[in-house]
Design a protein around this ligand. Structure first.
Ligand SMILES: [Zn+2]
Length: 271
């Protein structure tokens, strides 16, 4: 499932290929994604120019002159750019043809993705408005986590994975960041100190930016290719390493379940 680093990598790969391009037409081959693709996208997008491609959480925001196309990759979605003559692949559900005969294609085998159009502020769209701060924004700080968590009995791991608290901290990233910050994933969020939260903020940012760097975005990944970046081979310190020695202390890495998610941690290093 594409996580925030994959979505950010997609944004970086796609933007230079579509920026400033003018839409000639839109083809919808299968509108039934998680939410149906709006039926009037063709006339809406026609002749509009792509102004920028931004990201909010795991949503790509493709800004046009008169509104924003909001794209979610769901479980299996990906975007790629190719030449208009290229044969369509199985599960290519949606395409935007540009006037220079390049095409942006949305492929999604499981069809949990989504495409919305809005002419209002995309950040206020109903799917986005309840989202917490971005992990790289100034709003995501030790003070913010400390304030938000007081009185909360929920364990700190599901707490930081809650998209209303902060977006983009998936299961692997939460395990890895808590290990780096030396915080037990089971500790009550309301009992984590401001100082420990400061370490956690830094760790979340480090883990995510390393994943983005490991994505190694190149335009080639998105042009005439799979639309999947050369995968995120990040070195994981605890995730998936149950029973193996902790890289810091040598004690065996433990595995448990928290909030129905597999959780890996070191009993010795994380308190
Ligand atoms: Zn350890």
């Amino acid at each position: 499932m594409p996580e925030l680093p994959e979505v950010e990598t997609t944004r970086r790969g796609i933007e230079p290929l579509v920026l400033g391009k003018v839409v000639e037409r839109v083809l919808v081959h299968n509108a039934s994604l998680r939410w149906p693709i709006p039926p009037d996208l063709g006339p809406i997008l026609s002749s509009q120019q792509v102004c920028s491609v931004e990201r909010r959480s795991k949503y790509l925001l493709m800004n046009f002159e008169r509104g924003t196309l909001i794209i979610h990759l769901g479980m299996t979605g990906h975007l790629r750019v190719c030449r208009s003559g290229e044969e369509r692949r199985k599960h290519d559900h949606f395409e935007i043809l540009f006037s220079d005969s390049l095409v942006l294609r949305f492929n999604d085998s499981r069809r949990f993705g989504a495409i919305f159009w809005t002419e209002s502020d995309p950040l206020l769209h109903e799917r986005l408005v309840t989202l917490g701060p971005e992990p790289f924004s100034d709003l995501f700080s030790a003070n913010y986590l400390f304030r938000t968590s007081r009185g909360r009995k929920i364990a700190v791991k599901p707490f930081v994975m809650d998209a209303r608290v902060v977006v983009g901290v998936g299961n692997i990233y939460a395990s890895e960041a808590l290990f780096r910050a030396r915080i037990s994933p089971a500790r009550q969020a309301g009992r984590v100190s401001r100082k420990a939260f400061a370490l956690l903020v830094q760790s979340v940012q480090d883990v995510l930016s390393e994943a983005i760097a490991a994505g190694g975005t190149t335009i080639r990944d998105f042009m005439d290719n799979e639309g999947r970046p050369g995968y995120f081979k990040q070195e994981l310190k605890v995730y998936g390493r149950a029973g193996e020695p902790c890289t810091a202390c040598g004690h065996a890495v433990s595995q448990t379940r928290l909030g129905q998610r597999s959780t890996y941690y070191c009993r010795k290093c994380q308190k």
